[in-house]
Design a protein around this ligand. Sequence first.
Ligand SMILES: [Ca+2]
Length: 320
Amino acid sequence: MHPGGLRCAPSEGPTTLLGRAPCPPGASTPALTPALSPRCTSFNNELRRTGPFALVWLLLLTTECSGPPDDSSSKIRKPPAQPDLTDMVRVPGGRFRRGVDDRRGRDEGPGRVIRLRPFHIDRFEVSNDRFAEFANATGHVTSSEADPDTPRSWRRPGADGEDAEGDHPVVYVTWEDARAYCAWRHKRLPTEAEWELAARGTDGRQWPWGPRPDPSRANGWGEQDPFSGTAPVGAFPVGVSPSGASDMAGNVWEWCADWYDPDYYLVAPKRDPLGPERGSLRVVRGGSWTNPITVLRTTNRHAVHPEEAGPSLGFRCVAE
Ligand SMILES: [Ca+2]
């Protein structure tokens, strides 16, 4: 029924003055605009010719056709028109040395000075609460949720099917899930060069806090942090990077935009490298709660199939 009690008729069907009134578009849901639709205008004209009840009908139709839009429809959860820079840190860009020359990992060199444009990066890994906003607004179903053979998903990531904790990083998300989330926020996934600058700064440090490993400053594998699984995002303020980003070491691995090529540093452009044009694996960075501190280095590169999802892999976004 319409607001006002009029029963609607489809636009193709006959209309009568007694039982049915023509519906504005989407009449079963509230009108999206206060403007009269052409069909309403036509119907009003017809009513003017129908006799003594026309005024009553016109009053009803005024309510129906030109009433204010219902707030519930205007709350179709549209993302903001611009990226929300709240809880993002600005990375000035400029020149920095990425990679290492000793090639502890064979794909981490040669170390080279490259130049990046300024950008913003999320201060925290995307949390379950933040991802829920996206899922609720868009109806996005992650690959894990859609797979009947996978009992776990971002909603229930625990080994025993526990519900996700809102302030923990979202996990069980594929590269496409992550990309879709960032796009909805008017953001994007970081290139691995951006990720490394945000994690490392410009002084060549191997961990976000400095040159030496310190397992108490990140959520890695071991007993020097209080977490046996993921930790709430931002739980290690003593481990923030020079740019102010949290958990760039550990907690969860983070999807980057780039395809992975172990030899990419040999051929990469020195200005705003975007990664190889094609590949079969995507770059992930930073290590996770499942890795020892040596894996949580800022230069460590790892690769995962883009359709993979698991309990130690999440992401964060960047904006210009
Ligand atoms: Ca991380």
